[in-house]
Design a protein around this ligand. Sequence first.
Ligand code: ADP
Ligand code: NI
Length: 221
Amino acid sequence: MAGQLIEKTIAFVKETLAGAEGGHDWFHIQRVYNNSQMIAAQETGRFDAEVVALGALLHDIADAKFHQGDETVGPRVARTFLEGQGVAEAKIAQVVYIIEHISFKNSLAKGYTEGDTPLELQIVRDADRLDAIGAIGIGRAFNYGGFKNRPMHDPDIAPNLDMDKEAYKKSNAPTINHFYEKLLLLKDRMHTESGKRLAQARHEYMQGFLDQFYAEWDGKK
Ligand code: ADP
Ligand code: NI
């Protein structure tokens, strides 16, 4: 997807995310954008390709984690930028909707129903989830765990699927547990057909990684 608006958005996002932490830097956005283009190219339903591109580029423009949990910052920054570019209100509303609803947590928010998942949001959400799994997902997980000074693995600490978000952030659980608590669950949460296919391949790659990891851990390979 080329075009002047997309080029300007890329420049804006790069500049805004300069110095962002590794998990949500420009390269994450670039990968999600590329994933979204890969899914969009195979999608047969009707959707607005420009909304997909803008949604992918702007989806992490202001992560609430770095704004005292304020989830209105991202949508506001995106809206102000798009208004400044003279984008039509209907299109801005679609892009902002994607930013507000991309995370799974928000999709479970009060009043939200699955019927409210436009194809543009499905594509960008799948694109973002793909970046959390596969080889990149493994890299991001250990990068995050290292940043938090967590152990890679501890056979005595079992994965815990019952923690709420706050408890999860505070827990010092080993990074390997994150695979069972989140990463291996993502393939069943994909929306689009091509997203599901790509997720399946990345899922199998992670399983192969885990098999090898445990074999090496036990000195068996
Ligand atoms: P998202 O961008 O999807 O909201 P997060 O901000 O929760 O994701 O995480 C960013 C990256 O860090 C993802 O790749 C995610 O898998 C990884 N990550 C998050 N929490 C953990 C954790 N407890 N252990 C290891 N990796 C994590
Ligand atoms: Ni993201």
